[in-house]
Ligand binder design. Structure first.
Ligand SMILES: [Zn+2]
Length: 298
């Protein structure tokens, strides 16, 4: 896995900072310094082996807690397993709007180091890329979310809504330690109108959302069962009537299918508001997403 760190740090951070807060302009910042700090946290988080199973997110959680506490945040470590805590903190808004939740998960899927060019927990920077397990799932969002909290506080941005940060454990198949636990035992700590999670998804957080990847319904999985029949053959004679050949053609047709893109109300509002607080060229790009000739709303 690799990620071009510049793209990640500026775009994710800027869009997250501006979402749903106030209409005040974000002050001119030293983005080089912010990029550098973001990369430092990103690499530090990648260097914790939190592959799940077994998970053991504790060191990553402690890292986040320590960074946040050093900046004056009150941080809670909420857990039903000492090795797998969830990290929660909150910036208070003026209460005129419901909270925004920024969440990311501290665990990663497993890894076979033999297949890696660089050790998967080295966070090696090479040629403008950062190599590490979790670099695009989900320690990129974790680092971005952390930086959003830090910058909102440092810049003293006045908030209409509370901004909550949740670093969740067990997303990769052990949600009983993470989001399920949080929803069942500590829902008041994360209840919010919007949630930014993996991939920048936006959703209303409610008790019905019982799984880790809280997302809006933009991504709709379709399961397709393909059954091919035909005559048996020999590998040296790939008959057109052979079921494997037919199956391959069917697979190719599925792969070539241009899946329609439709935006629901939540995501459309996200792009509209983002356009409203962006420079003209960026605003045009966001509004193009809503173009009636482009993606359709649902
Ligand atoms: Zn993920």
């Amino acid at each position: 896995m690799r990620i071009k760190n510049r793209i990640f740090s500026s775009a994710a951070l800027a869009s997250a900072i501006t979402l749903g807060l106030t209409s005040q302009a974000v002050a001119q910042q030293d983005w080089d310094a912010i990029n550098e700090e973001t990369l430092r946290h990103f690499r530090a988080l990648l260097q914790f082996d939190t592959s799940d199973p077994p998970g053991r997110e504790l060191p990553a959680a402690e890292y986040l807690r320590d960074v946040l506490e050093a900046e004056g945040f009150e941080v809670e470590m909420l857990a039903n397993n000492d090795e797998r805590p969830n990290v929660v903190t909150r910036l208070k808004g003026n209460g005129s709007k419901e909270p925004l939740l920024i969440m990311a998960h501290t665990d990663t899927v497993n890894v076979d180091p033999a297949k890696w060019t660089f050790p998967p927990f080295s966070a090696t920077v090479d040629g403008g890329y950062v190599y590490g397990r979790g670099a695009v799932d989900d320690k990129d969002n974790l680092a971005a979310g952390l930086m959003v909290m830090l910058e909102l506080k440092r810049q003293g941005i006045k908030l209409d809504r509370d901004v909550i940060f949740l670093a969740e454990s067990g997303e990769e198949g052990a949600t009983e330690f993470g989001i399920e636990f949080m929803i069942n035992e500590h829902f008041d700590k994360i209840e919010s109108e919007f949630c930014l999670a993996e991939g920048g998804s936006v959703a209303r957080v409610n008790r019905e959302v019982q799984y880790a990847g809280i997302q809006s319904v933009e991504k709709i999985p379709y399961q397709i069962n393909l059954t091919a029949t035909g005559v048996a053959g020999h590998g040296s004679v790939p008959l057109q009537t052979n079921p494997v050949v037919r199956l391959a053609k069917a697979m190719a047709a599925v792969a070539d299918w241009p899946s329609p893109i439709r935006l629901n109300e939540t995501t459309a509002a996200y792009f509209e508001r983002l356009a409203g607080i962006s420079p003209p060229d960026a605003a045009a790009r966001y509004l193009a997403v809503l173009d009636p000739l482009g993606p359709k709303r649902i």
